[in-house]
Design a protein around this ligand. Structure first.
Ligand SMILES: [Zn+2]
Length: 154
């Protein structure tokens, strides 16, 4: 499978054929492109931005704004559990998990789970972009603090 991230036509075709299956490999390629691009140039090319906009649609710009504001913090504890806190534009802190793409915000429930409008909310997208660009803040917490952070998730 040779879906080069810069080939927008191929992205279009893949997305229309098998959304669920294809998207994760497209995403992985897009994010690795984000990582290289950002590390080399300190920014993202217009070409890459339009590919990102095509795949993620409306949540992209607010997500990039969150990344610019360094709103993403990864909480780590000694037993290797991780979660993310993303400070939303209104100052509310949302909890996200990268692996199962969960976010505690209302948009995740409404636009992602119920209406299937977007593949992820801006917070999860922000955390993926932030990780790819290497700008995530890290906070070390104890196992106990991690448990209570997890229990606080709605
Ligand atoms: Zn969210």
């Amino acid at each position: 499978m040779d879906n080069r991230p810069e080939d927008i036509n191929q992205l279009t075709a893949s997305k229309q054929q098998k959304p669920g299956f294809q998207l994760s490999s497209i995403e992985a390629q897009l994010m690795s492109e984000v990582s290289h691009n950002y590390q080399e140039t300190g920014t993202l090319t217009d070409e890459l931005l339009s590919a990102l906009r095509f795949v993620y649609e409306t949540p992209l710009l607010p997500a990039l704004e969150l990344v610019d504001n360094r709103a993403v913090t990864r909480l780590e504890c000694p037993n290797k559990r991780q979660l993310y806190h993303v400070i939303g534009s209104s100052g509310v802190i949302y909890t996200c998990f990268q692996n199962n793409s969960y976010c505690s915000c209302p948009a995740y429930r409404y636009s992602v789970l119920l209406k299937d409008e977007h593949i992820m909310c801006k917070h999860i997208l922000a955390l993926r972009l932030s990780e790819a660009m290497g700008v995530t803040k890290i906070r070390l917490v104890s196992d106990k603090e991690m448990v209570s952070a997890i229990l606080q998730v709605d």
